[in-house]
Design a protein around this ligand. Structure first.
Ligand SMILES: [Zn+2]
Length: 173
């Protein structure tokens, strides 16, 4: 059975025992930690997960996570479009010790009181899937324009002394 309304929290054991599935869009702007890394908080992530109990009685889910994100170009600091497509194979565990016992093909997701906060899980999966460094294609990268813009900004801040602080210095004498 496919649920097209995403739950806020879910109990993976219930979903796995009943072989449930869910899918839906999640706005990126709800992921604070992620948005601090990205160049823009616009867009959605789309997640689909099929739950089941595997042959070793593990609670698992397989599916996919896709998103179009704007990462920061490390050459010009501008935004670079990045299509993210992740195949998910998740193993739900009670604690870090159980996580160590999972076969390598599963990403461990630790439950809290038997539940998982969907947004936290999706955010971590997206962060793990981001490129470590991103650059524009040579033709689309414009480091000089950006450097010029930021150096004039800096000059305005650094070189013009604050008139009030000068006044304060004069008064102090
Ligand atoms: Zn660039």
């Amino acid at each position: 059975m496919l649920n097209d309304t995403l739950p806020k929290y879910f109990d993976p054991r219930k979903y796995a025992n009943n072989e449930l599935a869910f899918e839906g869009n999640m706005p990126l702007n709800q992921f604070e930690e992620l948005c601090a890394i990205l160049a823009s908080d616009e867009g959605n992530a789309f997640i689909h997960l099929d739950f089941r109990v595997d042959e070793d009685r593990r609670y698992i889910a397989t599916g996919s996570l896709t998103a179009n994100v704007q990462v920061v170009c490390q050459r010009c600091m501008g935004a670079v479009d990045h299509d993210l497509e992740v195949d998910l194979a998740l193993g739900f565990v009670y604690d870090e010790d159980h996580a160590k016992n999972l076969p390598n093909n599963y990403d461990p997701v630790v439950m809290t009181d038997g539940e998982v906060i969907l947004a936290d899980m999706v955010e971590q999966e997206i962060i793990l899937a981001l490129p470590i460094v991103a650059y524009h294609e040579e033709s689309g990268c414009n480091p000089t324009a950006q450097k010029y813009a930021s150096s004039t900004d800096d000059a305005a801040d650094d070189e013009k002394p604050n008139p009030f602080s000068i006044l304060a210095q004069l008064k102090a004498k």
